[in-house]
Design a protein around this ligand. Structure first.
Ligand code: ASP
Length: 185
């Protein structure tokens, strides 16, 4: 029931010019989104690379929208010779840039995972007309066969950078990445 009420309020807020009434008392605005789409990338003991991107956690998707999560090359790409990449955020942008595929290909060409993540974010900014034109977020994570890790997002705050949780034999650590458009979130 709570999700239905949140959805109703979201519908009401889409436009001032439609027939949906204004919200009574903001559930949608108050809702904390603790859940969403996640990427999990891994390497087995024999060096084989694997990865998954969960079913898109996007709120209020229009019926029939597939998004980037289940499209190999957009929300996820794995290459056993190179490494793996996953993406979250505005799926349409990851589909039209083949974001995860592009990222892995950049690593194949010699870029570090961090460089490759940042270059894909830059590419998405570029195809949208530059930093002033983007009002959405994307986040990319990747690792290569050498075990190097990269994380980059478009929007972010100085005190809230994008990160990846990394589990190895030595335990859990957090790898902090870079937001290319700081402070725009
Ligand atoms: N990438 C997902 C989509 O556009 C949304 C998300 O990452 O939460 O469907």
């Amino acid at each position: 029931e709570k999700a239905r009420l949140v959805w109703l309020e979201w519908k009401e807020n889409l436009s001032k010019d439609d027939d949906w009434l204004p919200p009574a008392d903001g559930l949608y605005g108050k809702m904390k989104r603790k859940t969403g789409t996640i990427n999990v990338l891994g390497m087995g003991v024999h060096g084989d690379v694997a990865g998954i991107t969960t079913t898109s956690g996007l709120f209020g998707k229009i019926p029939g929208r597939i998004g980037d999560s289940p499209i190999i090359g957009a929300g996820l790409f794995v290459d056993n010779e190179v490494g793996a990449a996953g993406a979250t955020g505005r799926g349409e942008e990851l589909i039209r840039t083949c974001g995860s595929f592009l990222l892995v290909e950049k690593m194949r060409a010699g870029k570090s995972p961090q460089q490759a993540c940042e270059e894909v974010v830059e590419r998405i900014i570029y195809v949208n007309g530059g930093p002033d034109k983007v009002d959405f977020n994307v986040k990319l994570v990747a690792f290569n066969k050498a075990g190097e890790i990269g994380v980059a997002s478009m929007m972010g705050e100085e005190d809230n950078p994008p990160f990846a949780s990394v589990i190895t034999r030595s335990g859990l650590r957090v790898v902090t990445g870079k937001s290319l458009l700081k402070g725009k979130q």
